[in-house]
Design a protein around this ligand. Structure first.
Ligand code: GAR
Length: 191
């Protein structure tokens, strides 16, 4: 199963996926390419470390969505990788019908809350400020509804009395690092 990862940030989840692959724990999945919409994103540094081509792709002209010329660039570049699965791992843009239709049924996203609670930006901060006692992370299929596609799996995280926003974020990220590679491995085995 050929996997393309797209992300905007430090890439800790992409790193967890690549580490799982190195450890032989990613099933039949193989990461073939990493793309980022930010030239300075940490995720791009994973390429040389793990021997996977990693590339900045200009997302212009929009700031928070992938549409128009930028979308066309992403469709062409990702199609050239012939992916079976496209993993949005911290990709901070809304994807639109052009990209969704080009990879119909093949795109999954990671979100740092127990959806359908706290969709959108800063899922961890939203949960913290709301005072929930259990939050977590979700991997779901991507549809036109932002953070609203069918849920593939979730991992819960308990908010403990001594937690701070930072300690909660660290626990949610640790849960993400376990959940996302496990879902990819499962999908690769046809489950
Ligand atoms: C992760 O916490 C992921 O859930 C979140 O961005 C972070 C990326 O971290 N994604 C979203 O909020 C998407 N709406 P990483 O760059 O270290 O993998």
């Amino acid at each position: 199963m050929r996997v393309v990862i797209i992300g905007s940030g430090r890439g800790s989840n992409a790193e967890a996926i690549l580490a799982a692959q190195q450890a032989g724990k990613l099933g039949r999945a193989q990461v073939v390419r990493i793309f980022s919409d930010r030239a300075d994103a940490g995720i791009l540094a994973l390429g040389p470390r793990f021997g996977v081509p990693a590339e900045y792709l200009d997302p212009a002209p929009f700031k928070t969505k992938l549409e128009g010329e930028g979308e066309a660039r992403y469709i062409a570049a990702v199609q050239a990788c012939a992916p079976d699965l496209v993993v949005l791992a911290g990709f901070m843009r809304v994807v639109k019908p052009g990209f969704l239709n080009a990879f119909a049924g093949k795109i999954i996203n990671l979100h740092p809350s127990l959806l359908p609670s706290f969709p959108g930006l800063d899922g961890i901060g939203q949960a913290w400020r709301r005072g929930v006692k259990i939050t977590g992370c979700t991997v779901h299929r991507v549809t036109l509804e932002v953070d609203g596609g069918p849920i593939l799996d979730q991992q819960a995280v308990r908010v403990e009395p001594g937690d701070t926003l930072d300690s909660l974020a660290a626990k949610v990220h640790a849960a993400e690092h376990a959940l996302l590679p496990a879902v990819i491995a499962r999908l690769s085995e046809g489950a």
